[in-house]
Ligand binder design. Structure first.
Ligand code: TXE
Length: 477
């Protein structure tokens, strides 16, 4: 069994209370680690250490910060096999996904912001012959980075890297369900030479250590990815203190298949956008809308490919569908399949638990539901998608925009005008045309409506983690 500790002021320490939680492996249902059940006392110490470290870290030359971030990226790359194994053990995701997506992306996040910060320049404005203005971008101080369990190191590093690059010090809280790669990352940062207190990582429950962290008066900004319900709670708890918030929340994304599309590409990518990471990615396209005259053909090809997906031990290289994150989540997902049937849906494939020890559930495709029913409105966040036919453009735009979410959408068509027209009308922060999850780290990422507030990525992340200050100088006689 692994033992995880908090990382505070450059040291690995147990929680003040001496209390620990059990961490369960989703593919076995067995305890794999003991992690700190941190609370307010640990938050206080971590914030003190981050606050002290801010004094010198914020004055460090940008080149030096960039050098450290690149060193962390090097360390992630040289330890990628071990990190991938830990990520798979902790999440139940197929090892191939950990190796090809999660770990390389964590290294890329550090490398990307090491480079971006060096191009993130100040603005200068000549107001008149005698007056000029310039804008300083200053780090905020201590910031909180709170990340979820679906892409543990990928999303944690997506927050930590820009925060540090911009000169802030960080107190991070990874999900209590997936602490292992965060702990390993702390060790790598330590051996890369990160100064004491610049990065602190606290483990424990969201409602305890997470809540204390967001409420702490020294925390100037919170970058959070997780459920909409938690996002609302963080908004409410911080409303009076005017902390900067970046909230990346849930989604119920539309995948729109027009009948003029390249059907084979649309089917192949839709299988990925439905079931990658067992559908536990906020960007998965869980509502597939298919134009009437292609519905039958699409359905047949789609089901064939879904049924060919290889389920099983996430440690096997050939596995495509691993375990869901927890027993509780498995219950939630299977509850939605039951609800879908009650709402009049027909399960075309899947719908059952997979007969293995851990929390496995079959890739599930359902048809025959109204776009307004709960199955089509609420975030399931699992391997469950619905197929719904549509007549024309106005109808599918209405369907797509009918939920309270607005994170992403995919559109499949060979008609360029239609692609632009529909993209502009869909209420979502990210639209993919004839592709899915192609990410350029320079581009803004985030959602509308209940999918969140703010944008991360490239200069948007660096803007979030800095405050602009205008300085106006009169050089006249
Ligand atoms: O997320 P939580 P949960 C969605 C998905 C899922 C649902 C709930 O639908 O079924 O959210 O998942 C910390 N103050 N997504 O319950 O609780 C928590 O410890 C401060 C979508 O696992 O939001 C963890 O580190 N922090 C999503 C993080 O918040 C708190 C990815 C996220 O956990 C806190 C994950 C509090 N009061 C789930 N309460 C996406 N957008 O990708 C919890 N936390």
């Amino acid at each position: 069994m692994l033992e995880v500790n908090n990382f505070i002021n450059g040291a690995f320490v147990p929680p003040q209370s001496g209390k620990f939680l059990e961490n369960i492996g989703p593919a076995s249902g067995k305890i794999i680690a003991k992690i700190p059940r941190s609370d307010k006392a640990d938050v206080t110490i971590a914030i003190q250490s981050a606050k002290k470290a801010f004094e010198s870290w914020s004055k460090t030359l940008i080149e030096e910060r960039a050098e450290l971030l690149n060193e962390i990226a090097d360390q992630i790359e040289s330890n990628s096999s071990e990190l991938a194994e830990l990520e798979t053990l902790d999440t139940g995701k197929p090892i191939n996904l950990s190796k090809s997506v999660d770990i390389p992306r964590a290294a890329k996040n550090f490398r990307f912001f090491a480079s971006a910060i060096q191009q993130f320049s100040s603005e200068f404005n000549r107001t008149s012959e005698d007056v000029f203005n310039y804008t300083l971008r200053q780090p905020l101080g201590v910031v909180a980075c709170i990340s979820p369990w679906n892409l543990p190191i990928y999303l944690l590093s997506w927050k930590i890297a820009p925060a540090l690059a911009a000169g802030n010090t960080v107190v991070a809280k990874p999900s209590e369900l997936t602490p292992l790669t965060a702990d390993y990352l702390a060790k790598l940062c330590h051996s890369a030479g990160i100064p004491d207190g610049v990065l602190n990582i606290l483990h424990g429950l969201g409602g305890e250590v997470g809540q204390s962290l967001v409420e702490h008066s020294e925390v100037r900004a919170i970058s959070f990815t997780g459920g909409t319900k938690t996002g609302k709670q963080i908004s409410q708890s911080t409303a009076g203190s005017f902390k900067k918030l970046s909230l990346e929340l849930g989604g119920k994304n539309a995948n729109i298949i027009f009948s003029d599309c390249d059907i084979d590409n649309a089917v192949k990518t839709s299988v990925r956008s439905s079931f990658t990471n067992q559908g536990q990615i906020c960007l998965c396209g869980s509502r597939i809308f298919i134009q009437e005259d292609m519905y039958g053909r699409f359905k047949e090809k789609f089901i064939d490919l879904v049924e060919a997906l290889k389920e099983g031990d996430p440690k096997e290289d050939s596995t495509q569908i691993g375990a869901l994150i927890s027993r509780e989540h498995l219950k939630k997902v299977s509850g939605y399949v039951k609800l879908a049937k009650e709402e009049g849906g027909t399960v075309l494939t899947g719908g059952q638990r997979i007969d293995l020890n851990g929390y496995f559930f079959q890739p599930t495709v359902i048809e025959g539901l109204n776009h307004q029913c709960r199955t089509n409105q609420e975030e399931i966040f699992g391997p469950v998608v619905t197929l719904t036919p549509f007549k024309d453009e106005p109808e599918v735009i209405e369907y797509a925009n009918s939920t309270k979410y607005g994170l992403s959408a995919s559109i499949w068509t060979t008609d360029l005008n239609k692609a632009h027209r529909v993209s502009a009308k869909i209420e979502a922060g990210v639209i993919w045309v004839n592709c899915w999850l192609v990410r350029d780290l320079r581009t803004p990422f985030g959602g509308l409506k209940e999918s969140g507030v703010g944008r991360e990525g490239g200069y948007d992340s660096l803007s979030f983690f800095t405050e602009k200050k205008n300085i106006c100088i009169n050089i006249g006689p």
